[in-house]
Design a protein around this ligand. Structure first.
Ligand SMILES: [Zn+2]
Ligand SMILES: [Zn+2]
Length: 204
């Protein structure tokens, strides 16, 4: 059984709760993919990436997340028409979770949104250490060990976790979609030019 942990954007305008958080109830991974880096640069929050350009992502069941304040500030960007929904706080540009449609129920959140986890020392205790580093081909500098190969063990673990959430009805209530799977907050799809601009910042 996990603990309830407060969620808050970095300026404090948006507030919520993640229920039942523990190393056994979340799935943690460091993603080094170019799109996660581009998203951070789009928000001008590259400070939240690690030294290899990695995003520390905590995946939770959608129904474990609720917001009780500041929801009018929630916004979303997609790097392209088929890209994941990348939610963020429009007030202070705190990333608030990556999702796809609720048919694949997960929300992947950076630790900074969890108040207690702003202290990096607390993260392993709250979430367990990352299970893997993935997509290392896009890493900055030397890729972390094991991150460039296909990680079948991690992939299977992730599929089983998300499938478990789906079977146990943890898709709804979803913090970002209604039951018809329509987004609850404004979604902007970047044009190719806008995406390339954000990508260029990554390179620079
Ligand atoms: Zn904020
Ligand atoms: Zn990624």
């Amino acid at each position: 059984m996990g603990r309830d942990v407060e969620l808050e954007c970095l300026c404090g305008a948006i507030h919520g709760l993640a229920r039942d958080v523990s190393k056994d109830t979340v799935n943690r991974v460091v993603c080094l993919c170019a799109d996660c880096q581009t998203f951070a640069h789009y928000l001008e929050r590259a400070d939240l990436l690690d030294s290899s350009g990695g995003s520390d992502i905590i995946q939770l069941a959608p129904s474990s997340i609720t917001f009780d304040r500041g929801t009018e500030k929630i916004a979303c960007v997609r790097l392209g028409p088929k890209g994941p929904y990348r939610w963020y706080a429009s007030c202070c540009k705190t990333p608030m979770g990556n999702t796809v449609k609720p048919s694949l129920p997960f929300v992947g959140i950076l630790p900074e949104l969890f108040r207690e986890a702003r202290d990096p020392e607390r993260r392993d205790e709250l979430f367990g250490p990352p299970r893997a580093s993935i997509n290392g081909k896009s890493a900055i500098g030397t890729p972390p060990p094991g991150s460039t190969e296909r990680n079948l063990g991690f992939l299977l673990h992730t599929v089983s976790v998300i499938l478990g959430w789906k079977l146990r009805g943890r898709s709804f209530p979803h913090p970002y979609f209604d039951r018809a799977s329509e987004p609850l907050y404004p979604v902007k799809v970047l044009t190719r030019e806008e995406r390339d601009q954000a990508r260029a910042r990554r390179a620079g």
